[in-house]
Design a protein around this ligand. Structure first.
Ligand code: PLP
Length: 396
């Protein structure tokens, strides 16, 4: 595929032997050599040149002492939210943390007590289950509802699970949603907020995928859709997925309500994880200030991969279904037509086809018969992976 972009997303990069979880960690997890990896949610692209340059300067300076969390860095987050997502947030409401999952766990500890119920909408990113269970809280599932066109939040069931579980204190929202690639629309977010407000449920809002939105969708931050939710809302954001810098551990949390902010700040201070490292801060600030052109190009390339995948499925693998993805680079493939349960489906994908996709049941029991595919790679790798799947499944 030709590209007019000044950035090269199309030439494959050999990440083997680079300490990469996705490439070098696959053998241990999947038990086979030589798999093409489509699992861990990072992209096989070099990050924006501006970010690389800012890191290069820091590395060449060569002194890696303790950094300060500057207002400049906080402003870069707030400016990004304002210009990119229409969220007019004061930079004073921005704080840093090393990882979004760490932030979810701290928020769970801060706003709920052991034994409390926390709602998640399954299938969903596996650490959502873990942070609830590891903190001694109880997972309360509100499974997504499947329609012909898309997955939706099931508001009737949400009311029911809240009524039936009197101890539900929080909901972890994934917006956009990993793995079904939904970008929740404003109406859905307003409705969710009104339910949570009515029942006094804290919303721990993971918007790590907020910037990975295709041209036919629009992301609305929950804080914009429902201003009145502020006393019950914390939002977690990061440049990690957006700019492919997940290995640098840079992320931020935003709470506009002073009480929410104070409680969370205290928790982060107690755990001593309220700052991020020198390279992380440099990359984050540069990304949010100057990374937009790179992101636009990356999104175009990913959108090309999305079209390629949709065409491939329609023409060559019609029994594998996928709802039109609206955002993220991790898509939810539906193999249910073949009738295999999770372990058998994984065995075929790994042992016969030679591809590593995340097992569907990792995202909840209703993920049986599904697998998650990461399209954040060169077109040629995507094609090779899909051809491997096609060759294998043609025989079944
Ligand atoms: C919804 C969601 N939250 C959080 C993360 C990971 O965040 P972090 O690496 O900052 O802990 C991911 C990574 O795939 C994700 O999909």
């Amino acid at each position: 595929m030709g590209s007019t972009s000044k950035y090269d997303f199309n030439s494959p990069i050999n990440r083997r032997g680079t300490n990469s979880s996705k490439w070098d960690g696959a053998v241990k997890v999947f038990g086979k050599e030589g798999l093409l990896p489509f699992w861990v949610a990072d992209m096989d692209f070099r990050s924006a040149p501006e970010i690389i340059e800012s890191l290069r300067k820091k590395v060449e300076f060569g002194v890696f002492g303790y950094p300060i969390m500057t207002d400049e860095a906080k402003k870069s987050v707030a400016d990004w939210e304002r210009t990119r997502h229409g969220w007019d947030v004061d930079f004073k409401h921005v704080s840093f943390m090393p990882g979004v999952v760490a932030g979810l766990s701290v928020a769970v500890q801060t706003f709920t007590a052991p034994g409390d119920g926390i709602i998640i909408q399954t299938p969903v990113y596996p650490p959502f289950f873990q942070v609830i269970k590891d903190n001694g809280r109880v997972v309360v599932e509100n499974p997504l509802k499947e329609t012909d066109l898309r997955f939706e939040m099931d508001f009737e069931n949400l009311e029911r699970v809240i009524t039936e579980n009197k101890n539900v204190k929080a909901l972890i929202l994934c917006s956009p949603h990993n793995p079904v690639a939904r970008v929740w629309d404003r109406y859905e977010l307003e409705r969710l907020a009104s339910v949570c407000l009515r029942h006094d449920i804290m919303v721990i809002n993971d918007e790590i995928h907020q910037d990975l939105i295709y041209s036919d969708a629009k992301h609305t931050p929950l804080a914009v859709a429902a201003k009145e939710l502020s006393p019950l809302l914390v939002t977690l954001v990061a440049p990690s997925k957006t700019f492919n810098i997940a290995g640098l551990s840079a992320s931020a949390w935003i709470a506009e309500d002073p009480k929410v902010a104070e409680r969370l700040s205290r928790s982060f201070a107690t755990l001593h994880i309220g700052s991020i490292n020198l390279l992380a801060i440099a990359a984050l600030e540069e990304a949010y200030k100057n990374g937009a052109p790179w992101l636009e190009s990356a999104l175009k390339y990913l959108e090309g991969n999305r079209s390629f995948l949709e065409d491939f499925l329609n023409n060559k693998l019609p029994r594998v279904k996928m709802k039109h993805p609206e955002g993220t680079f991790i898509f939810w493939l539906d193999f249910r037509d073949y009738g295999f349960h999770n372990d058998e489906l994984q065995r075929i994908l790994v042992k016969e086809a030679g591809v590593a996709l995340n097992p569907g049941t990792n995202f909840g029991a209703n993920g049986d018969g599904f697998a998650r595919l990461n399209i954040g790679c060169s077109r040629s790798q995507l094609e090779e992976g899909l051809e491997r799947v096609e060759r294998t499944f043609a025989k079944l």
